[in-house]
Design a protein around this ligand. Structure first.
Ligand SMILES: [Zn+2]
Length: 269
């Protein structure tokens, strides 16, 4: 994981670049490449990678793989390009690539198997696409009600993927949330706002969802794809051991049919 001072350094660089190139809320990804003289290619590379940054002893070249859904101006393609920009704008990455200390590598959207270089480039990408000030202004302040729509609206306004938007919201959003991402009833990862109660979960990453949750029922019972905002008991998800458990808790699921995962959003009303 990235240390707090290192995160600050990376977000400062990304926020500076984002402040130079944007139209309304969207960071202008092509303008960055043009200004920096970076060559980029959207092409068919089958399953080899999402993106790749290469240095040919003179120039940098960014290869973006259409075959894995990274078309120009798509949300996924934006994140992939922003990740490769991270390898270019973070000094240690760029210099490492130029001197050969860091090898060119296939960057993949695979949340569970990453080294520190990949985490740093992902973090840069999320700050570049969703700079803190713009993101919080759009979210509308703490009194605005939260729901899945908040995430969907942010995702559209910033042209960032749903997953990247959820992760960013958990980090700097205007409402405390827990987000749990699952596939085939197995928890893949989770993100939680720092203000959310630090209760122990009733699940572990890599194991089954708690059965009484909306997502747990979706995977285990027929005809139980609930898309609305549900009132739930904290006990469904947590060992809630203080009086914050008496607050009203909501849960709402986002179902990604194309990628097969479910995001459970949990928050207080
Ligand atoms: Zn990478």
């Amino acid at each position: 994981m990235i240390t707090a001072p290192r995160k600050k350094k990376i977000s400062d660089i990304a926020h500076y670049v984002a402040s130079q190139f944007y139209q309304s809320n969207v960071t202008d990804m092509e303008a960055i490449a043009k200004f920096e003289g970076l060559q980029y290619y959207h092409d068919h590379y089958e399953d080899a990678f999402d993106g790749m940054l290469l240095y040919d002893n003179k120039d940098f070249h960014i290869h973006i793989n259409i075959d894995r859904g990274n078309g120009l101006s798509t949300k996924r393609g934006n994140f992939t390009l922003a990740h490769e920009y991270g390898h270019y704008f973070i000094d240690e990455h760029r210099i490492g690539l130029m001197t050969g200390q860091i090898e060119s590598h296939a960057s993949l959207h695979n949340v569970n198997q990453k080294n520190i270089i990949e985490y740093e480039a992902d973090y840069f990408a999320s700050c570049l696409l969703m700079p803190e000030n713009r993101f919080r202004n759009f979210s509308g302040g703490p009194r605005k009600k939260f729901s899945l729509d908040t995430i969907l609206n942010l995702s559209n306004a910033f042209q960032s993927s749903i997953l990247a938007t959820v992760l960013r919201f958990a980090e700097i959003g205007t409402h405390e949330i827990t987000a749990v991402i699952s596939e085939n009833n197995i928890v893949k990862w989770f993100a939680q706002s720092k203000d959310f109660p630090k209760w122990s979960f009733k699940f572990k990453v890599g194991q089954q969802l708690p059965p009484a949750t909306v997502a747990g029922e979706f995977f285990t019972k027929t005809d139980s794809k609930y898309t609305g905002i549900e009132d739930v008991e904290p006990d469904n998800w947590y060992y809630a051991n203080d009086d914050r458990a008496n607050r009203t808790m909501h849960e709402q699921c986002y179902y990604s049919d194309s990628y097969g995962y479910v995001i459970s959003l949990i928050w207080f009303g």
